[in-house]
Ligand binder design. Sequence first.
Ligand SMILES: [Zn+2]
Length: 392
Amino acid sequence: MGAISTARRVFLRRATRVGLSLALFGAARPALARPNRTLTGIRISQSDDDHTRVVFDLTGDVEHRLFTLADPHRVVIDLHDTRQSEALAVGRTKTSLMEGIRSASKNNGRLRVVLDLHGKVRPRSFALRPDGNAGHRLVVDLHATRLSPTPIKTSEQERKRRKPEYVIAIDPGHGGRDPGAIGKRGTREKDVALSVAKRMKAIINRSEGYRAILTRDGDRFVSLRNRVKKARAAEADIFVSLHADSFKSPRARGASVYALSLSGASSEAARWIAEKENASDLIGGISLDDKDDLIASVLLDLSQTATIQDSLDLGSDVLDNIGKVSKLNNKQVQQAGFAVLKAPDMPSILIETAFLSNPNEERKLRNPKHQQKLARAVFAGIRNHLARRSNA
Ligand SMILES: [Zn+2]
């Protein structure tokens, strides 16, 4: 794992502090009818062929959301509560990674900026405070991915056939020496999770434009960190971790969906469940305190706040669909510090499909028909989410 330089570390630490405080202020402020900020300029530069930097000059601090779309590849940045200056100055727009740039005001007060790309990139974003002559800025860095286009260009149709539009990483919780929750009839969480995951993989791979990978395909122990690494190596667009819950009362029931929280769990129950799920790595003899540089930089990465927003949106689409086939424990997406959801650039959710400690739900979770329904519902939620996003 490559170490990140001290300069980048310090920079990220500073940027994180600024960004998180902005995010907190943003959350506390009520939505305004008229955009409060103005985008006055866009500056584009390229230090080398693998890196393009886009700087947005703004009249105030800004909340933003960033996500990527495929076919054709583009990066979308929604600037909340922002309008575009009539005298917007835009410099060069073509770089080795970028084809052009366009923007449109949305009626919710958001300004949507789309960066049209030559191929897939890994975007990072962070905010900068006024400093010297420079005012408020939002910086978006585009990095070439390992699998960026080769010099030999293929026809659009051929590319489409060979490269699926979306890669979905399915993560069956637990495995091997870590059984997870165990029901009264002896049903093990690791088995149910794997079974639903395999069904989901089959459904996804039958759907055009989608491909699924599993972070484990047998009854094996895989550390939480390696699950994320596998998904990243496959360049997954979405990460879904599948689990089943347990509680001391057999009456607890229903599915829940979780996204990552950077600032603490949204409820006591969410914290309790996160601790249980994170304990998986302790069972494997790997302490979560032993974070490598990747995870350290991930935790500092500001793009995570945008990814979390995207994860929350994804989670609510998935909840809506699970609600059609199962009882819900909570109608809102919950947030907690799940280690397995900490990839900075991949919207990630964790699903507690039901309670194995509830005899009725244990029976349903063992049922292949119900497993199939669940798998279909989760994928339907993913599809809805991606369809909504691609209106850019
Ligand atoms: Zn679990």
